[in-house]
Structures are given as structure tokens and as C-alpha cells.
Write a protein that binds this ligand. Structure first.
Ligand code: ZN
Length: 184
């Protein structure tokens, strides 16, 4: 009876760890979100070709679907520890809008944001976040921390995870496989 087992496990998890982590429900993504994620994956591919960890991001106006900014990870190219794709895209979008508040925007990124980027998402009061693969080593939306839904912070974000996650994970795996193959 898998149904009963699942319910028992969920109950047990709730008792042990409190409220469950925000669910990764990729089915909540809109067609626009998925289209934007495809573009973000192309940007991630560009990063990989420049020997950067393949992560891509788009910021779009939620209502109109207009792309305000896009970026890929540039940490190596710029020798900048803060040059994560979604951080660059959020700053560019704010500059484009002439407003640091991104409440009317959706941030789409191929990998779960790290603490720095999730922090900026909160500070920029981003309206929605859509991400691809989870990052068990640095993810700060569902994996290690839940910064985007932490009630102690002054802003909470609607987050949808797992969108085209397989494509993103495969790109990251291939990149690190290649690195190991090169003896790096
Ligand atoms: Zn980051």
C-alpha cells in the first residue's frame, strides 16, 4: 500500500522536521515560464562554451512577457565572485526599469539560486521565481535554506522549481564530466 506508506512518511517527516519544504511543482509553470526557461538554457550553453559553469537567467515582466534582461554566468570571465547569471540579470533589469523593485517581474534561472542570489531576490522584492535543477550543495530556495519563503524576512516570493530540470542537470553534469576529462 504505497499510499499509506507515503502518508505515514509525510506525517513522520512533519513531526521530525516541522513544515515541509516548499514543494517543487513544475506543473505550476506557465507556458511563458517554460519558453523563458528554454532561452535560459541556451544562455547556460553559451556559458559552458566559455568555460563557465553553465547557468543562464532571464528576467521578464510577468504581465506582458517582455524580456527585461538576460545573462549567463560570468564568474570566470569577469573574475567576479558575484557574477552569477541571475544576479547580473536582476541588476540589468532594475537598471532598465529605473527601479530597484522587481515586484512585477519573474526571474527564471536554470539552477536553484544560492544564498547570495536568493538574498537579492528577496531584497529586490521579486514577484516570482522559476528555477530548473535543484542545487543540493548551495541551493537557498528549497535545498539548504528557504530564503524566499522565510517568514522572518520582509518579503516572500512565489517560487516554482524543477522546470526543465533534467535539461539543466544534464548540461551541468556534461560540463563537470568534461572538466574531469581534461584533468582540471
Ligand atoms: Zn548565486
Amino acid at each position: 500500500m504505497p499510499g499509506l506508506l507515503t502518508r505515514l512518511r509525510d506525517r513522520f517527516t512533519l513531526i521530525l522536521f516541522g513544515a515541509p519544504a516548499p514543494a517543487l511543482d513544475p506543473s505550476a509553470a506557465t507556458e511563458t515560464d517554460i519558453d523563458m526557461m528554454r532561452r535560459a538554457l541556451s544562455l547556460a550553453q553559451i556559458a559552458a562554451e566559455e568555460d563557465e559553469v553553465p547557468v543562464g537567467a532571464i528576467v521578464y515582466h510577468t504581465e506582458s512577457g517582455e524580456i527585461l534582461a538576460q545573462a549567463s554566468n560570468r564568474r570566470e570571465c569577469d573574475a567576479d565572485p558575484a557574477a552569477h547569471a541571475e544576479l547580473i540579470a536582476m541588476r540589468a533589469a532594475a537598471s532598465h526599469l529605473g527601479d530597484w523593485r522587481l515586484s512585477d517581474c519573474t526571474v527564471v534561472v536554470t539552477l536553484e539560486p544560492c544564498p547570495m542570489c536568493a538574498g537579492l531576490i528577496v531584497n529586490a522584492r521579486v514577484g516570482r521565481l522559476v528555477f530548473g535543477a535543484s542545487d543540493p550543495k548551495a541551493g537557498a530556495v528549497v535545498s539548504l535554506y528557504e530564503l524566499c519563503s522565510d517568514r522572518r524576512l520582509n518579503h516572500r516570493i512565489e517560487a516554482i522549481g524543477g522546470v526543465l530540470a533534467a535539461e539543466s542537470s544534464e548540461m551541468l553534469r556534461a560540463f563537470f564530466r568534461g572538466k574531469r576529462g581534461n584533468g582540471a
